[in-house]
Design a protein around this ligand. Structure first.
Ligand SMILES: [Mg+2]
Length: 265
């Protein structure tokens, strides 16, 4: 049976509001005097209240344009520092250079602070925290339609508690077998998740499809022989979609899931 491995944020779950709120909270602790906070504060409030107008603001646009170039929690902070400094960054090399300019201690503090801010937000009001995450209904529908025909799994860097709570919130309880939900504990790199998934399911790598919204994750996993698909509905831009096609990777959208992600099942 074909195994489908899904990344969580930006693939199974639209967590763009939550990530933005937590990133701003972390930034405000580390950079309390940043001018940018004057702009971010009201946008954060709007996102927290479930609004959408914050997405049209130039600061948020720049933030979401930089996210695909990062990998981990500290990258949300790196993106906000770049916006604060009005740094023009258009590609991976430019981003990597800016990343390297920032002190490693600051990046580490942001990384830790991000998870602390997330825990604070979740513990303070669990229902409001859950409500910041939205399902992608087309994907939920496709998973239901193909139930029994594929072996769906999760390959994420998120913690297991958040993943369990959110799968229930997104209407995905029971879709994934417990031993096929691979979280933060599995490892940092997605190659570790995919290797472990291959071991647990005993299927060949070329019978596994990996769906992630980060091109840099797909590029690392592809040499395993896994079929890699970029989730065009997640945290990426035309820059990544064009680059993915140039590398021979498929780019899926929510309206073509049967032709792309679920092809041949
Ligand atoms: Mg993702």
């Amino acid at each position: 049976m074909r195994v489908l491995a899904f990344d969580f944020d930006g693939v199974l779950c639209d967590s763009s509001r939550e990530v933005f709120v937590v990133a701003v909270d972390t930034f405000s602790v580390l950079e309390p005097r940043a001018e940018l906070l004057g702009v971010l504060g009201p946008l954060r409030e709007e996102a927290l209240a479930g609004g959408d107008r914050f997405r049209n603001h130039e600061a948020y646009r720049r933030f979401s344009d930089l996210l695909p170039l990062g990998n981990r929690a500290e990258d949300f902070g790196v993106a906000l520092r770049a916006i604060e400094a009005s740094k023009a960054i258009s590609d991976q090399a430019g981003y990597d250079a800016f990343y390297a300019e920032l002190p490693a201690t600051w990046r580490d503090l942001f990384h830790r602070g991000f998870y602390e801010a997330r825990t604070r937000l979740r513990e303070a009001d669990p229902d409001r925290w859950l409500a910041l995450h939205l399902p992608y209904p087309e994907l939920v529908g496709a998973l239901e339609r193909h139930r029994g025909g594929v072996l769906p799994s999760v390959a994420t860097a998120k913690d297991s508690r958040s993943v369990r709570l959110l799968l229930a919130e997104l209407g995905l309880t029971g879709v994934f077998e417990t031993h096929l939900i691979l979280d933060k504990e599995t490892g940092i790199e997605k190659t570790v998740h995919l290797r472990e998934l291959q071991r647990r399911t005993a299927v060949d790598f070329d019978d596994i499809t990996f769906v992630d919204d980060k091109l840099n994750h797909l590029i690392k996993v592809e040499p395993l022989g896994v079929r890699c698909v970029l989730a065009g509905w997640g945290f990426n831009t035309d820059r990544e979609r064009v680059a993915a096609r140039r590398l021979g990777l498929e780019v899926a959208q929510l309206d073509d899931l049967d032709r792309t992600v679920f092809k041949g099942v």
